[in-house]
Ligand binder design. Structure first.
Ligand SMILES: Cc1ncc(COP(=O)(O)O)c(C=O)c1O
Length: 479
């Protein structure tokens, strides 16, 4: 076993000048501890307690369907679809084959001033999922965060094209997660995600109140009864800042990352009506809710409320190749292009894009993913499974320390009373116990989230619930 310091110092000796090395050494003393797995030291893992992971690693070797096999041979049932990604299950053969074929045909082609066929085809297929709602264009990105940043920039470009360039304010919602770009963390509102970076979040962003109201809505099945009036907070913000300064409102139709918060009945309709009344764009961040999670192509179709833009990722390619997309109303595109038409010096209409926008592997994966969803009727399958999932989740009512169970579609959460001085302790403990028992769920603050794939069986749902039940009790006994 070598120490973390000894290892970093050895690496630095070959890289750093001795003065820099000396300065670093003096700050390193405080972090010296043993490194049981030196081979894990170089990779700085995202959104992870690296110190904990690197003393107790969980390494996946392979995965198929709803089962992951760890490097130590253990099998783990995936109760969170990877990370809300693998809606059609892991290593879906048709998707994998499409990627393999594409890889040997065209590995990369720029989408700047040239292109290849696949993004055009894929954009058509994505729009086919959501007809008759005015959506006319798809802008491909690399992930959910870049889809969100693209949506914010498109909002600004649209208002500017209309001569409304003073509309620069964005309104998000408390407990919202919109990825990790500076734009995304500014409109998002999860405390730890913002705190370290608060010195440089975007100006002109504010947040309406979240919709979680456990006092009135605890143990609601699906959309809670009370809380449509939370949308009125938007009118308060509009009165405070002036509608003519606000570019867009961005919300997740169901907040996922902070523990599955389905919108109260009537809430989304109200948000839509208020934004439309004031000429403010509405962005639905559907990175989690898109592609069948609610038994419907999007939350937009499930709740029958149409925003001006939809951001999506994850289930877009079944998680097999990183990709995101911004689906926008035709009028946004037309306004920006008309504006460019009127400018004699204009070339590019929207100065935005990524080297990997429309990447051939992502597009091939995406087209195959939509084929699989369609051929296997997976959205319908999810819709049929949803009542069973709902009953199963709510069968856990009464477990120790529990304060709420929430669900909508194939996503649900258990919420617990927590000690505010150690907010992650209880749910981290439950997560670790479930993992040791062979089931992967997700922990986030006071909540445990479950989101099985669209190919999950009732038996697999039963197992998730059994393991959860056992380990919530065991955890409560332990502390
Ligand atoms: C609603 C929402 N928006 C954006 C993102 C960011 O997506 P990515 O991690 O692909 O950048 C996520 C990720 O979980 C998300 O849930």
């Amino acid at each position: 076993m070598i120490s973390r310091i000894a290892r970093t110092s050895a690496r630095q000796a070959s890289r750093s000048s001795s003065a820099v090395q000396q300065a670093r050494k003096s700050t390193q003393v405080a972090v010296e501890h043993d490194v049981p797995y030196p081979e894990l030291e170089s990779y700085w893992m995202p959104f992870t307690d690296n110190r904990d992971f690197k003393t107790n690693p969980r390494l996946v070797d392979s995965a198929v369907g709803n089962t992951m096999t760890m490097t130590d041979g253990r099998e783990i049932q995936d109760g969170i679809s990877g990370l809300w990604t693998t809606n059609a299950g892991h290593c879906q053969p048709k998707i994998i084959e499409a990627i393999q074929k594409q890889c040997s045909k065209l590995d990369f082609a720029s989408s700047f001033n040239m292109g290849h066929e696949l993004p055009f085809k894929f954009a058509d297929r994505v729009l086919d999922l959501i007809p008759n709602r005015g959506f006319g264009k798809v802008f491909f990105t690399m992930c959910g965060s870049s889809a969100v940043d693209s949506a914010l920039k498109m909002s600004l470009a649209y208002h500017r094209a209309r001569g409304d360039g003073q509309r620069t304010r964005f309104i998000g919602r408390q407990r919202g997660y919109h990825g990790v770009g500076i734009g995304g963390i500014s409109v998002g509102c999860i405390t730890p995600n913002r705190k370290a970076f608060s010195g440089m979040t975007m100006p002109n962003t504010s947040h309406i109140t979240h919709t979680l109201d456990i006092n009135r809505n605890a143990y609601s099945k699906g959309q809670p009864e009370y809380g449509a009036e939370f949308a009125d907070d938007l009118e308060v913000q509009i009165a405070m800042y002036g509608a003519d300064t606000i570019a867009a409102v961005i919300i997740e139709p169901i907040a996922g990352s902070t523990g599955v918060l389905p919108p109260p009945k009537g809430y989304l309709e109200k948000i839509r009506a208020i934004t439309a009344k004031h000429g403010i764009l509405l962005i639905f961040d559907e990175v989690i809710t898109g592609f069948g999670r609610l038994g419907s192509p999007f939350a937009t179709t499930y709740f029958d409320v149409t925003p001006d833009m939809i951001t999506c990722a994850k289930g877009l390619t079944n998680g097999a190749v990183p990709a995101g997309a911004l689906i926008c109303q035709e009028f946004l595109h037309d306004t920006i292009v008309d504006h460019a038409d009127r400018d004699p010096g204009s070339t590019v209409e929207f100065f935005h894009g990524y080297t990997y926008s429309g990447h051939p592997l992502a597009m091939a994966a995406g087209i195959a993913t939509l084929d699989v969803y369609e051929e296997q009727g997976l959205f319908q399958r999810a819709a049929e499974l949803m009542p069973y999932f709902e009953e199963s989740m709510h069968s856990l009512k009464g477990l120790p320390n529990m304060v709420d169970i929430r669900n909508c579609g194939l996503m649900g959460a258990l919420d617990f009373q927590i000690d505010p001085t150690t907010p992650f302790k209880r749910t981290t403990d439950i997560f670790e116990r479930c993992f040791a028992d062979g089931v992967l769920i997700r922990h986030s603050g006071s909540a445990i989230a479950v989101a099985p794939s669209l190919i999950t069986t009732e038996t697999e749902i039963d197992r998730i619930m059994e393991v959860l039940s056992k380990n919530v009790k065991a955890s409560a006994e332990a502390f």
